[in-house]
Design a protein. Structure first.
Length: 210
């Protein structure tokens, strides 16, 4: 959409120019029954600049689709042939959950999307990327002694016990960290998590745990 404001001074002209240079992207959620070629063709025909692949058909997780796995190269070639980009990848990942098995499932999904972003070139921001190390502990509970939840026992999602920035990614990254554990932490509930995060956007670009 372009907003014309020729008669309102230079500042408005600059605003119009900025808006006219903005690129418009759509999500595949707007056409859930269409195939990838149909979406790409329609986006190109209507002057759209990019597509956010948020599911195709009944599958919302695009990393499970051959279109963005074994057929990724041909899918991206079709996109670029029509002058379109894949500016981002969106998910419903939530790394804060009280259920350990769901936490592991979400982390695995995060890893799959990070790999897809790397393979497809979706992250082209050029911003610095930091490697961050965290120690978490699960299975923690709190006894509530006052307030509306008095007498209740609250179960917590995995709690971050320690967090540190190890350095910046510059093509490759190699680092060693000493994981000193507090004697009060239960070792069987401790996890070591490392992830790569955009410094400005805070987007998670990759993650792993042990």
């Amino acid at each position: 959409m372009y907003i014309r404001a020729f008669d309102f001074g230079c500042s408005k002209m600059r605003e119009w120019l900025a808006l006219s240079l903005m690129k418009l992207s759509i999500s595949t959620l707007v056409c859930p029954t269409w195939s990838w070629p149909q979406i790409v063709g329609a986006a190109s025909a209507y002057g759209i600049h990019g597509i956010d692949p948020r599911g195709l058909g009944p599958e919302i997780d695009v990393t499970k689709l051959s279109t963005f796995d074994s057929e990724l190269n041909s899918s991206m070639e079709l996109l670029h042939r029509h002058g379109l980009d894949m500016p981002c990848l969106n998910t419903s990942i939530a790394l804060v959950t009280a259920a350990p098995e769901r936490w592991e499932m979400m982390l695995f999904e995060c890893h799959r999307y990070a790999r897809l972003a790397e393979r497809s070139g979706a992250n082209k921001s050029g911003e610095p990327e930091d490697v961050i190390f965290a120690i978490t502990e699960s299975g923690l509970r709190s006894e509530v002694h006052a307030g509306e939840n008095q007498g209740e026992t609250l179960a917590h999602a995995p709690v971050v016990r320690r967090l540190a920035i190890l350095g910046e990614v510059n093509g490759t990254f190699d680092s060693k960290v000493r994981a000193d554990l507090d004697p009060s932490w239960k070792r069987e509930h401790v996890r070591y998590v490392a992830f790569v995060q955009g410094r400005r956007s805070r987007h998670i670009l990759g993650a792993g745990y042990h």
